[in-house]
Design a protein around this ligand. Structure first.
Ligand SMILES: *Cc1c(COP(=O)(O)O)cnc(C)c1O
Length: 402
């Protein structure tokens, strides 16, 4: 393998994000390929027994097994770490593998977690259902209230866990306040940054310790593969995360890592264009519905904070129709261009009804607690011409009586 300048952190750290996204982390084989090679291999072979023994002993560099290392996966990890401003990153099989690994690798029975009550359904499930089975208790709070974080801290609180903006209520968390509070109490902050990505907001710059990703969303960007990542200090990744990951195996497939590497090259372009499109579409829809939540619209309760800590509003907004589930489903059924789909971050515009899909599993009580109402719809605005998306929504709103 030839290391390119993309492997030299003293050089890549001086590049601007768009350059890092195209060239960061690149390795080249003796063939000198321009596009990153896809290493579909589970194992490696060695010239002699001493070589492999030295690698297993940690005395020599080199790969030994794809649950531990893979060149394509490592290129992805190096690129994401660079974009995030993190010392290290480990890619995961999915966003939920990333969240589970980031939490379980550092928590033990008797520990306590404070988490945002508004969250992706499976993230909330981890706090409410999985962690308690292992003696880890959790308190869920209104994460947009700074005082609620402080009030929830207990002597055994080890982790703060939240999304910003949150899926699908679009709550924005004050990153600087919450991360500073955590630091003062020796608490590790784990931020799920799927909606914004490093292109719009880098939590580590605000004092977060760990950033966990669903790379399935904006990083792939074209709805192809499941992928995830966890970023943090070299100490966190090497001492906490790696022993857990190497022995439990939530690893990403090299093919999926390669697809996300290609996706990252256009992340900056896509997220800025999709944010522009989302702002335009949201401005059109807002007067027609009971409520619309988009961080970069002045009507968002935390507009000032969102504008301060994000570079753009992102591709996603949610809205509420007054007629509950019946009217929300009627609107979806009238769509002709926008797909009914529960995925996000795609270059296609996709719309879903969280209460009957992504947040069905958490049950009605938790949905009410989170603010996921029966009339709520979530729209991921894609890369189509926003006027075509607006025309489709206009006719669908009319068909639903709005
Ligand atoms: C989609 C999503 C996840 C889960 O990611 P998968 O890749 O689907 O496992 C976690 N958090 C947020 C905020 C998400 O949107």
């Amino acid at each position: 393998m030839k290391r390119t300048t993309g492997q030299d952190r003293s050089i890549t750290a001086t590049w601007r994000p768009a350059t890092q996204a195209v060239r960061g982390g690149t390795w080249r084989s003796e063939m000198g390929e321009t596009s990153e090679a896809l290493f579909l291999t589970s194992g490696y072979s060695y010239d002699d027994a001493a070589t492999v023994a030295a690698r297993f002993a940690g005395e020599a560099e080199g790969m030994t097994y794809s649950r531990l290392q893979n060149p394509t996966v490592q290129m992805l990890e190096d690129r994401i770490a660079l974009l995030e401003g993190a010392e290290a990153c480990r890619a995961q099989a999915s966003g939920m593998a990333a969240m589970t690994t980031a939490l379980l690798c550092q928590l033990s029975a008797g520990d306590h977690v404070v988490a945002a009550k508004a969250a992706f359904g499976s993230c909330r499930w981890l706090i409410d259902n999985l962690l308690p089975r292992f003696g880890i208790t959790g308190t869920t709070i209104d994460a947009s209230e700074n005082a609620a974080w402080e009030a929830a801290i207990r002597p055994n609180t080890k982790v703060f866990f939240f999304e910003s903006p949150a899926n699908p209520t679009m709550d924005v968390v004050d990153l600087e306040f919450v991360c500073t509070l955590a630091r003062a109490h020796g608490i590790t902050t784990v931020v799920d940054n799927a909606f914004a990505t490093s292109a719009l907001q880098r939590p580590l710059d605000f004092g977060a310790d760990v950033v966990a990703y669903s790379a399935t969303k904006m990083m792939d960007g074209q709805g192809r593969v499941l992928a995830g990542a966890v970023c943090g200090s070299a100490q966190f990744i090497n001492d906490k995360l790696l022993p857990f990951q190497r022995n439990t195996g939530p690893n990403i497939a090299p093919f999926n890592a390669w697809v996300v590497l290609k996706g990252l090259e256009t992340l900056d372009l896509r997220i800025h264009r999709q944010s522009e499109n989302a702002l335009k579409v949201a401005s059109f829809v807002e007067p027609r519905v009971a409520r619309l939540l988009y961080p970069w619209l002045p009507s968002h309760p935390q507009y000032a904070l969102a504008v301060k800590q994000m570079k753009a509003g992102g591709s996603i907004f949610s809205l509420e129709v007054p007629g509950g589930r019946t009217q929300a489903h009627a609107l979806l059924d009238a769509l002709k261009l926008v797909d009914i789909s529960n995925n996000i971050g795609d270059s296609r515009s996709l719309m879903c009804h969280p209460a009957s899909t992504t947040h069905h599993g958490v049950g009605p009580e938790t949905r009410a607690d989170m603010g996921v109402t029966e009339g709520m719809l979530r729209l991921n605005v894609g890369l189509e011409d926003p006027d075509d998306v607006i025309e489709d929504l206009d006719q669908a709103l009319k068909a639903a009586g709005l």
